[in-house]
Ligand binder design. Structure first.
Ligand code: AOF
Ligand code: ZN
Length: 343
């Protein structure tokens, strides 16, 4: 199963928003074939593992190991459970169950009813962690939320805007390597969220231009629609979803959603994202937006890059309350916080 988890990771992020699954076949204690979920819409892990086996007569005596319950429904692809049964595999070892209501135990049921010997829950937590976005989306009915910011040694996220000059000189807290890492993080999430001030101050593109992979959907909070139409977030490099109090019709790759401003702002943004089938959001700023999600207790992981500089004055970085953090990891200048999910 540990090998299956390694395989599953190979399918990320291309498989998303499908879960990325790893599968392998064992015969007489030897791995005879392996597979993982293809890019979104393509064959599932089990299909690839079975297809990659040259000597199909071994299937009758083989055990299939898979990180997720085999599917039982017709989606973009036919049910894996049917293929497993048809191929004559008698024993299936499964990691996690599938929280997608279209499957939710039916894959396991199908296999058992066909006479397969089924074991469920092997390294389930580790199997599920690969697809934390997919699980959070289905079980909590909201996207998986990652907070990310860079701060100076003295805990500032940005200089005061009056100190940035009329031309709004860009400022950098961290080096180009952590910026590239940030673009890699963008490629892993389905959407990226920032507030109005961040767009007005920085004019960010919010794309993955320093890494390979698809740019996330740009979700922008613009209450009164004051972001100018020539801002980079309106270019054609990625779709954009504007959350606003105003009513607007969609144009090309720009969608609008209306919201009523209240103390449940983060919750409302999550509901809109859920409606748009967005399984994960990376929140990059500004400080107010990050703090809103922290205060409403709507986050899962936080990545804080620390630069070597000091600003002495500026906009303070967000604060995570310690009792909400289950684990903190410091590696070089990157601090990672994992949320205590029991809170
Ligand atoms: C599996 N193996 O490798 C994956 C599964 O539209 P489809 O046909 O691609 O189905 C997508 C759903 O299938 C997805 O939401 C999840 O429930 C399951 N994913 N199942 O047997 C796989 N990726
Ligand atoms: Zn499947």
């Amino acid at each position: 199963m540990l090998r299956c988890i390694q395989l599953a990771k190979n399918g990320l992020p291309e498989a998303m928003p499908n879960p990325s699954v790893g599968a392998l076949l064992v015969h007489n204690g030897q791995i005879i074939s392996e597979g993982f979920t293809s890019a979104y819409g393509g064959p599932h892990a089990e299909v690839n593992a079975i297809k990659n086996l040259s000597n199909t007569s071994l299937l009758l005596e083989a055990t299939l190991y898979v990180t997720l319950e085999p599917c039982s429904h017709f989606g973009k692809t036919p049910p894996c459970a049917d293929l497993i049964i048809a191929s004559g595999i008698k024993k299936v070892v499964i990691g996690g169950t599938d929280p997608n209501p279209k499957v939710a135990g039916n894959g396991i049921k199908k296999l058992i009813e066909a006479g397969c010997d089924v074991i469920v829950g092997v390294l389930a937590e580790a199997c599920e962690a690969v697809n934390k976005r997919f699980y959070t989306f289905h079980t909590q009915k909201r996207p998986f939320i990652t907070l990310k910011w860079a701060e100076t040694k003295d805990h500032f996220i940005a200089p005061l805007s009056k100190n940035r000059g009329i031309a709004k000189e860009p400022f950098w807290i961290t080096n180009r390597f952590s910026r590239q890492h940030a673009h890699k993080m963008r490629a892993m999430e389905q959407a990226i969220l920032v507030g109005t001030q961040t767009v007005l101050q920085d004019n960010p593109s919010l794309t993955t231009r320093d890494w390979h992979g698809t740019s996330p959907i740009r979700v922008i909070l613009d209450r009164t629609l004051k972001i100018p139409k020539d801002a980079a977030i309106y270019d054609s490099n990625a779709p954009t979803l504007i959350i606003t109090e105003q009513k607007r019709e969609a144009v090309q790759n720009i969608t609008f959603e209306t919201i009523v401003f209240s103390e449940t702002l983060a919750k409302q943004i999550c509901a809109i994202a859920y409606k748009h089938n967005i399984q994960s959001i990376l929140i990059e700023g500004g400080a107010k937006m990050l703090q809103t999600f922290i205060d409403e207790n709507l986050w899962d992981e936080a990545f804080v890059f620390t630069g070597a500089t000091q600003f002495k004055t500026g906009i303070s970085a967000p604060l995570l309350s310690e009792e909400l953090v289950s684990e903190t990891i410091l590696k070089d200048d990157l601090l990672t916080y994992y949320k205590n999910q029991t809170n």
